[in-house]
Ligand binder design. Structure first.
Ligand SMILES: Nc1ncnc2c1ncn2[C@@H]1O[C@H](COP(=O)(O)OP(=O)(O)OP(=O)(O)O)[C@@H](O)[C@H]1O
Ligand SMILES: [Zn+2]
Length: 403
């Protein structure tokens, strides 16, 4: 990152508004030109982050992503366009970034970053941006950055909230110093399940780019040892002081036990790619397929179909025969009697079978278990629809919307 004074006339014209900022100057712009940043994830955070890094004149950007562009990405992943749906995210992002600035180098890594490849990739860059969306990758990147001495700009965004910090920089803590153990997988939400307002990761991704630029310029005032919290619903930013680096940290402490990358999927109990990952809680006898449900509906069989999704999801699309009782309601003891009465009356005193349905067939199984307890003295038959509404669209009605 040695500054040289070799700015071309084109550079001077292009970056003039940035060069005259005292914090940057000619030396700073040269540093940026000779710097490299790795961005892991070309999604909601990685798109705005890479856009502003390329805009700022970072000489080399690396983008890692194993995924392809989906239509539901477009509201927030603004490097990708309608034409790039189905294309590799790294390719779509690199093409868009090169259109913005043809002088810069963009390295594309179309694979899942894991213990077998992370160190090789991370070592090639000055700063790493974690723009991924899962716990396994968070620990992987933390350890890879500690082991290779790279600062890690970490961000996240969900619904109307976001946060960011810089790990392993200026003597500040690493992610493991603060969280030695991963959270239980079932407590972790993601955009696909909880949703996100597009502009929120936009804000956090741009701030990640800004922190990376400040780190590269060697400026003080970076977010090491601090966490920035953004509450978009109230338009409030807050700073929280983080605990100091932990001398007993298993990776950055005085006597580290982690001296090479480990198996992060095993450590976290979840993989980087949990999309559409089905769980199996019920025996086959307690489940029917979407096609079997369609046949029952078509032949006018009496049944009670309970859609267990949240009300706002039910509002997006629902089967006309279904009634909405969200699983979150079933989980609350205060609603048990009310739900039991509703099922009793709607099953004509438990003579009609009950079926539960959700988006992908996971919550519907949990709901069967809950309802079996709630209705245990009713003797009503309760089954779920395998694969949920996604399977309904795939196998019964391709016009039914998917989200
Ligand atoms: N270990 C990894 N290696 C490579 N890419 C990763 C890894 N972990 C996550 N990613 C990528 O990081 C990006 C995160 O983007 P984002 O959080 O916006 O979610 P998404 O997966 O695009 O969307 P959604 O969760 O709504 O389906 C994704 O494109 C994902 O493929
Ligand atoms: Zn640590």
């Amino acid at each position: 990152m040695q500054a040289n004074r070799n700015l071309t006339n084109k550079d001077i014209a292009r970056y003039s508004r940035q060069i005259i900022v005292p914090n940057v100057g000619v030396g700073g712009q040269c540093k940026l030109k000779q710097s490299s940043v790795l961005i892991v994830g070309a999604g909601g955070l990685g798109c705005p982050a890479s856009l502003y890094l390329v805009g700022a004149g970072i000489g080399r950007i690396g983008i890692v992503d194993y995924d392809i562009v989906e239509e539901n990405n477009l509201h927030r992943q603004l490097l990708h366009s309608e034409k790039s749906v189905g294309e590799k995210k790294v390719k779509s992002a690199a093409d868009a970034l090169k259109r913005l600035n043809e002088d810069l180098q963009v390295d594309e890594y179309y694979f899942s970053l894991d213990s077998s490849n992370a160190l090789d990739v991370v070592r090639k860059y000055d700063v790493v941006i974690d723009a991924s969306d899962n716990v396994a990758t968070r620990y992987l990147l933390n350890d890879a950055c500690v082991l290779s001495g790279k600062p890690l700009v970490s961000g996240s965004a969900l619904q109307m909230e976001g946060q960011l910090t810089v790990y392993n920089h200026n003597g500040g803590p690493c992610y493991r110093c603060l969280y030695p153990k991963p959270p239980p997988p079932e407590t972790v939400s993601n955009c696909s399940d909880a949703g996100v307002l597009g502009a929120v990761p936009g804000v956090i991704g741009v701030l990640q780019a800004l922190e990376a630029i400040k780190v590269l310029l060697g400026q003080s005032g970076t977010l090491d040892s601090r966490l920035l919290l953004f509450d978009a619903s109230e338009s409030v930013f807050r700073n929280v002081k983080l605990r100091k680096k932990n001398a007993n940290c298993s990776v950055c402490g005085e006597n580290p036990t982690i001296t090479q990358l480990i198996d992060y999927v095993q450590f976290c109990g979840s993989s980087p790619n949990d999309k559409d990952k089905g769980i199996t809680l019920l025996d086959d006898k307690d489940r029917i397929s979407a096609i079997e449900l369609a046949k029952k509906i078509e032949s006018d069989e009496k049944l009670l179909l309970i859609d267990v999704r949240m009300e706002n999801e039910f509002e997006i699309c629902a089967l006309p025969q279904s009634v909405n009782i969200p699983i979150t309601k079933m989980e609350k003891p205060c609603h048990v009697d009310e739900i039991k009465e509703e099922i009793k009356s709607k099953t004509e005193n438990h003579n009609i079978p009950v079926f539960t349905i959700c988006r992908r067939g996971n919550d519907s199984q949990k709901a069967v278990k809950l309802l079996q307890t709630i209705c245990k003295d009713l003797g009503v038959e309760i089954k779920d629809i395998k694969g949920g509404l996604h399977d309904w669209t795939r196998t019964v009605d391709s016009n039914f919307p998917i989200y």
